[in-house]
Design a binder for this molecule. Structure first.
Ligand code: C5P
Length: 222
């Protein structure tokens, strides 16, 4: 049955605007939304909370299988981990970096596969991540690979974090983004790559609304 539920997969490197764009598309279509990065971040957060090293595959897998995650559907943005709200804690660069370290572990990816597929429900799903169109929903009806130059992505992320009142440094942020790209692209399991049938969008010189409209045009041209 789930094969019939439409999926709009949006993949790309961190800071390309996937989060904003995919949430906006989910709202416009009134579809469900999967922030798969938040799932990896939640496992990373739980590992730090419990003193588990990101390289300890067996313990991270046990956490991935056992954590209870709740995403509020009304506001999309609120995430609870084992009953405790962790929305803001998941957004830190430290959490993102640990997430990308646990994301290289094949057994962790496997443990999270079904949790992600369970989001596929009528009337449709907008799925944001790195392997939505390649591994998790290879049969997605609509696929976009959203990217931007590392410098533009670092600048956007810098502004977001400053607005949230966080203390960040642009040079180290750029370095971290490049390091995370390298790790996400070079891992053997589900590396970040453009899925077959994907529309490639470079948002470096585009506004968010231009990106959203370009994505939505796929629904009428596909
Ligand atoms: O998208 P976000 O920055 O929240 O993702 C955090 C990290 O989780 C990424 O750098 C990536 O290593 C990992 N991730 C992944 N597969 C996904 C989503 C995120 O490997 N589908």
């Amino acid at each position: 049955m789930t094969g019939r539920v439409p999926v709009f997969a949006i993949d790309g490197p961190s800071g390309a605007g996937k989060g904003t764009v995919s949430r906006a598309i989910a709202r416009r279509l009134d579809w469900h939304f999967l922030d798969s990065g938040a799932i990896y971040r939640a496992v990373a957060f739980a590992a730090s909370r419990d003193g588990v090293a990101p390289e300890d595959e067996a313990s991270v897998v046990a956490l991935a299988k056992n954590i209870e995650l709740q995403f509020s559907s009304a506001e999309i943005a609120c995430i609870k981990l084992d009953g405790v709200e962790v929305t803001d804690q998941l957004q830190t660069e430290t959490c993102g970096n640990i997430a990308s370290r646990i994301a290289v572990l094949p057994a962790v990816r496997l443990a999270l596969l079904q949790k992600q597929r369970d989001f596929r429900r009528l009337p449709g799903l907008v799925a944001d991540g790195r392997d939505m169109g390649t591994i998790v929903f290879p049969d997605a009806q609509y696929k976009v690979f959203l990217t931007a130059s590392a410098a533009v992505r670092a600048e956007r992320r810098y502004k977001q974090l400053i607005e949230k009142g966080l203390d960040v440094n642009l040079t180290s942020l750029t370095r971290e983004i490049e390091e995370r790209d390298r790790r996400d692209q070079s891992r053997t399991e589900a590396p970040l790559r453009v899925a077959e049938g994907s529309r490639l969008i470079d948002s470096s010189a585009m506004s968010i609304s231009e990106v959203i409209e370009t994505c939505l045009s796929l629904l009428t041209t596909a």
